[in-house]
Design a protein around this ligand. Structure first.
Ligand SMILES: [Zn+2]
Length: 390
């Protein structure tokens, strides 16, 4: 497998990749996408809201396997009802094969960065994310995941650190950015640490006004913002193994987040909501077909909740995308699933879109950085500027 590392310049790597995909994707280019002023949405009425779903590690093969499983159970995938679909190029700044940190940073900020960097560009400069831009413009924001909320994907939307492993630092940064809703695992990274004299992130969160809930009952009953729900020490268990009293489903968390973001406290403001299924990647690394498929369906159920809201509130863009493929999943003629890799791959990943600005995604393929810029333009904010220290 070709794997370009830093000694070969990233620019060269990009040019090489552009050359190889030029026929299929003539829009491949190094600079910002050329978006004409005419294509911007009219700045009338309230700014659109965005619900973005990320299936960690979810390639086309994963979707196909879940589609076949759904059909066997007499249902179809909700993502298949979305009108626009495309393919996303995922390479990171210096590697053909990205990790979740660089991919999420690209989709949150519009910057290619080094694998393991979270919310910072390739020079380690913190750059504004779509979540921060919406918050700055007066909108509400939320992060939902069944992994640790301090993980690379959710972290890249609201924290700026150069090492995805620094999850205590990410916890503190999340609290500083102060999304209105945060639901996920990762309590251990918020908890007081005996070796530190510093305040724990959980103490900081409470000082910043967060109500903290740790059970499904708390998730359902808490109705004030900001709200921090930490339902597992680290990642959730797979949906197939979950204790439904301790750990909510992704669909339950998505529904509750939307209720809170559109309830009385929201006062009609627009919102940006990110929902990640972190466990598709985990099941794919383990070549666990059953759990991989059930996690894709778990994400699809959450997408149903988002789309149901968006279809009755037309000013909401719903995006479903992946950060990278994990496992090179292939469906064979006899219905068996084959994994071609036990790690991440450079395969293009699926994107589905519905709502205001959906036509902007109606292209053969798109770079992951363009997703950040298009979302920002649809909402009417700007991403990717250097973060100014407060
Ligand atoms: Zn992975």
């Amino acid at each position: 497998m070709i794997r370009l590392r830093k000694p070969i310049s990233a620019l060269f790597a990009l040019i090489l990749l552009c050359a190889t995909v030029l026929l299929a994707a003539p829009e491949c280019r190094l600079g910002s996408p050329r978006l004409s002023a005419e294509s911007r949405p009219e700045a009338q009425g309230p700014a659109p809201s965005v619900i973005m779903f990320i299936g960690d590690g979810m390639g086309f093969g994963h979707i196909e396997a879940a589609r076949v499983a759904a059909a066997a159970a007499g249902r179809s995938l909700t993502v298949d009802s979305m009108p626009v679909r495309s393919r996303v190029r995922t390479l990171s700044y210096a590697d053909y094969i990205t990790d979740s940190a660089a991919a999420a940073t690209a989709m949150a900020t519009g910057h290619k960065t080094i694998n393991s960097f979270v919310g910072v560009d390739s020079e380690m400069q913190p750059v504004t994310t779509i979540l921060e831009a919406v918050r700055e413009a007066g909108g509400l924001t939320a992060l939902v995941t069944n992994g640790a909320i301090t993980g690379a994907t959710t972290g890249a939307f609201a924290a700026h650190v150069d090492d995805r492993q620094s999850e205590h630092e990410i916890a503190a940064a999340l609290v500083s950015t102060r999304p209105d809703v945060m639901f996920g695992g990762g309590y251990a990274n918020f908890a007081p640490s005996l070796s530190e004299n510093e305040e724990s992130a959980i103490e900081r969160a409470m000082q910043a006004g967060y109500r903290v809930v740790r059970t499904v009952e708390g998730l359902v009953s808490a109705s004030t913002l900001p709200l921090l729900g930490l339902f597992a020490e680290a990642d959730f268990r797979f949906a197939a193994d979950r204790d439904p009293v301790a750990e909510p489903s992704l669909a339950q968390m998505t529904a509750r987040a939307i209720e809170l973001l559109t309830g009385e406290a929201a006062m009609g403001r627009n919102f940006f909501l990110l929902v990640e299924n972190d466990l598709i990647d985990a099941a794919s690394h383990e070549h666990d077909v059953e759990r991989m498929v059930s996690e894709v369906l778990e994400l699809d159920d959450a997408v149903s909740v988002g789309l149901e809201f968006a279809r009755s509130h037309r000013n909401t863009l719903v995006l479903v995308v992946a950060d990278h493929d994990t496992g090179a999943v292939e469906l064979l003629a006899d219905g068996q699933v084959r994994f071609g890799s036990d790690d991440h791959t450079a395969q293009l990943v699926p994107l589905f879109a519905e709502g205001p600005g959906q036509e902007r995604f109606s292209v053969d393929s798109i770079d992951n950085t363009e997703i950040a810029r298009i979302m920002a333009e649809v909402i009417g904010v700007k991403v990717g500027d250097p973060v100014v220290a407060p």
